[in-house]
Ligand binder design. Sequence first.
Ligand SMILES: [Zn+2]
Length: 267
Amino acid sequence: MKSMKIRGNLLKLKSLMSNPIQYTLPLGGMEIFMNDLIGKEIEIKFLHQIHCIRCGSLTTTSFAQGYCYPCFRSAPETEDCVLRPELCLAHEGIARDMKYAETHCLIDHYVYLAYTSGMKVGVTRHTQIPTRWIDQGASQAIKLAKTPNRYLAGCIEVDLKAHFNDKTNWRKMLSDENSEFDMTEAATEAAKKLSGEYQKYLVRSAESVQLEYPVRHIPNKLSSLSLDKHDTIRSRLAGIKGQYLIFESGEVMNLRKHNGYLVEMSY
Ligand SMILES: [Zn+2]
């Protein structure tokens, strides 16, 4: 029986580190506690409007996961260094918005190892731990190096990319159940491979963090759901991992891909 119907623009899930992780979905001014909906049927219906998550204007296409084209071209949130930290120039005083850079690029960053669909290396602002790890659906993670800005963290990531992947295969990440790795050992190995000039940034004796997701079970066959192709999903929620809603039907919905999509959700 459906009793709630909420309309609003989709945004990424908020998470709280717990065992398992607690997820809330901000929608239409409400905060929906998603863990309570696992095992229940929900419906998400796309109302064929996308609103830029920065300026709110209507856009026919979403750029860089939720932006209108003008914001995509000018906003600091979509600058090259977001995806490629090694391209950051803020430390040289160059950025789309230096005020933004002061709080997002010119602050402490971590280079970390995370186990998602395999061992991967990544970069994040110090304020984004463990949020970044949860968003990626990592089952384990460990800090590797700490730098005073985004650029240096990016250089270290590039230095380690020869040994570690930096991409996640979502299908493998979702179906991989609780592989256990010795993260401390992996971090020690990574530290040995790091070029001499970066050794001084290594974090000594970091602790490995375990992340547990609210997942009942993972259907055998998974398919990626796009509201652009099928405007309605109606199925029992089987679990949540990373930014993915996993349905009993085997469909998985990446919320980040649907940032700014106006939907009506019923449960
Ligand atoms: Zn915009």
